[in-house]
Design a protein around this ligand. Structure first.
Ligand code: NAD
Ligand SMILES: O=C(O)C(=O)C[C@@H](O)[C@H](O)[C@H](O)COP(=O)(O)O
Ligand code: ZN
Length: 363
């Protein structure tokens, strides 16, 4: 029986190179074809948790005749540092990596962000391929070419737009993902539902418990729909000159929470609280109807994502939000909804409204 592989094109407009996101099972055989004939060397960047997978990919590529090395990096957010990037640069330098050689990032969003950034910065840009192994990386991080690392001042403050040459979403990888990480990825899926594709919300609401596992009946559809949302946005606005900002829904507060928690919270969990906040902000600013704001609470809670954060942290969170990339000068800017699937920018909200919105979130 032939297996279904869905191919979603990204880019190819406004002078950008097109590439494909493949979604299906047993896709790793596609990797050598994506690496291509020009490369002599391939570096497989993987987190500690995926040491076996990283080594298996390295061995496959070596069998195909490439000089393949594996670069193991820390799990999760600990990989997104200047020190770890420098460690990767050293490994590339020592193996004689040239402009025609290729980096493969296999792992969650933290690994693909790092691997993409290393690819963007090495020799001012080499080809890279993303093999996302978490829900979140499949539907969001690995697609669209935003790469980067954190600094002491905040999240993703250093990075580059450097799209991959291809993305392989092998759904089989999700079998080993802890449920906590699986659910964290649902936050970005729910984000895609609120900003662009409400069918996503209907599918989750039809059976929230099933949505929490890769065995659920709608897993592939939820992942594919979310990728299509992302693909459409980044194809129209790769460098975030406008439309792409909608993908930051829930992230202004979410990133501040992640920093405040020293990155011990998963990104998706922080973004879930951030979306709750954005919904309240939209409602209190007179943009969003009450039913849609309530729907944020119900759908996020139904899959086990958090809605609340510490009340006493507001002054610190506000300070961090000032260096959010959407800020312009002293002007804070938030993505809010004018209604379901109608994202828009709220600039310089009244501080009293901001505080009132946090009043619904803080505990
Ligand atoms: N570039 C973008 O557009 C973009 C978009 C969304 C999120 N992000 C970034 O993505 C990161 C979050 O990514 P994430 O949620 O995938 O978390 P993650 O990368 O931190 O991975 C979570 C944990 O799961 C492990 N892991 C990964 N795949 C596994 C598997 N198949 N089985 C078992 N363990 C596995 C990882 O090693 C890690 O310990 C954040 O840094 C966020 O900023 C980037
Ligand atoms: O791709 C984008 O654009 C996004 O904003 C997607 C977000 O889910 C993602 O977390 C992204 O890394 C945030 O980017 P940042 O520019 O706010 O750091
Ligand atoms: Zn995100």
């Amino acid at each position: 029986m032939s297996e279904t592989v869905t191919r979603i094109q990204v880019g190819g407009t406004a002078g950008t190179e097109p590439y494909e996101v493949l979604v299906g099972h047993r896709l790793l055989g596609e990797l050598p074809g994506l690496v291509g004939p020009r490369a002599k060397r391939v570096a497989v960047v993987h987190p500690e948790a995926l040491a076996e997978t990283g080594d298996a990919l390295r061995a496959d590529l070596a069998e195909q005749g490439y000089e393949a090395i594996a670069i193991q990096v820390p799990n999760a957010e600990e990989a997104k540092t200047a020190e770890v990037a420098a460690y990767c640069w050293k490994a590339l330098g020592q193996s004689g990596f040239t402009r025609t050689d290729v980096i493969v990032g296999v792992g969650g969003g933290a690994t693909t962000d790092l691997a993409g950034f290393v690819a963007a910065s090495w020799l001012r840009g080499v080809r890279w391929i993303a093999v996302p192994t978490t829900v979140l990386a499949m539907v969001d991080a690995a697609v669209g070419g935003k790469t980067g690392i954190n600094t002491a001042e905040g999240k993703n403050l250093v990075g580059a737009f450097h799209p991959p040459a291809g993305v392989l979403c092998d759904l089989g990888a999700l079998e080993t993902l802890p449920v906590h990480d699986y659910v964290s990825g649902l936050a970005e899926i729910i984000k895609a539902g609120f900003i662009a594709d409400p069918v996503i919300l209907d599918l989750i609401e039809s059976d929230p418990e099933a949505a929490r596992t890769p065995a659920g009946p709608h897993t592939a559809e939820l992942i594919e729909r979310s990728i299509r949302v992302k693909a459409e946005v980044v194809s129209a606005d790769l460098k975030e000159s406008g439309l792409r900002e909608i993908l930051n829904y829930g992230h202004t507060l979410g990133h501040a929470i992640e920093k405040n928690e020293r990155y011990q919270w998963r990104h998706g969990a922080a973004v879930a609280v951030g979306m709750h906040f954005a919904a309240e902000l939209g409602r209190l600013a007179g943009r969003l109807d009450e039913a849609t704001a309530d729907r944020h609470r119900s759908v996020l809670e139904s899959v086990g994502l958090p809605l609340h954060y510490r009340h006493d942290q507001w002054p610190k969170l506000l300070e961090t939000m000032r260096v959010d990339k959407k800020s312009r000068g002293d002007l804070l800017r938030f993505i809010v909804l004018d209604g379901l699937a109608k994202p828009t920018v709220l600039e310089g909200p009244d501080p009293a409204v901001l505080l009132a919105a946090y009043g619904e979130v803080g505990q």
